[in-house]
Design a protein around this ligand. Sequence first.
Ligand code: SIN
Length: 296
Amino acid sequence: MEYNRINVMPITGTIGAEITGVDLRNLDAETITEIRAAFLEHVVVFFRDQPLSIEDQKTFTSHFGDFGTEPFVKTMTEHPEVIAVVKEADEINSINFGGHWHSDWSFQEAPPMATILHGQDIPPYGGDTVFANMYLAYETLSAGMKEIIDPLIAIHSARRPYGTGKSILGNKKRKSMTIIHSEEAHAEIEHPVVRIHPETGRKALFVNPVYTLRLKGMSESDSREILEKLFQHSVKEIFTCRFRWRNNSLAMWDNRCAMHLALNDYDGFRRALHRTTIAGDRPVGPEKALVRENVA
Ligand code: SIN
């Protein structure tokens, strides 16, 4: 891909690129098109030294689509589209938001296509975010495994972090963020295990350890063997990149073909970022894509 308006430098050979030569508060249509192209090519893109106000971040987000819907976490009072992702310095030994491998809100009928995170108050060390390329996770499976999983459906739910029982987020009373635990989090939604990316047409694995409960037609324990294998395979080091935050850094990742997690290795320091999402569409699997092709 050739870029005329931005500089794009991959940060690994498999996922992630840093974009330079751009002020995110001042973008023309051609630059936005190139940022979108780089995002599609590299799965996650990073920008440095972008001093964005909340309004600036919302404007940047809206260049790429409508805002997503933010459930189970209290958003900023004046900005219902923005979550302040915060862990305070004195929240020692508490589980951090986004601390397990996941794809954002995959329990929604139409999960967000992308998430944008902007660094506000970054610890001197620690709190990196790690990303995994779910295209490569799929493409590197054996032909036999692909044949098995291509037609499978997975059941996703927000139950484990946001349900009314014991939460994987640990202590339900958090100082820094208000999590809304509710019965609604127990709702289940079906998505294909393998999803066709609506813009690139590539196949990506679309399961994650936080929100994917089981495979359709199987118990949780029967599903576990296949799902665990897929989870472990997906996060092999070669499919990942790790982003070191600074104040005013911005990351934008594609939830349709990436998982991510925030590392929790900065006890004693505050970490704060602003997070927005861009609405996506309902995942389509290889079977449905085939039917669509035949209809066309
Ligand atoms: C998230 O999972 O949305 C937050 C990731 C992070 O804080 O790095």
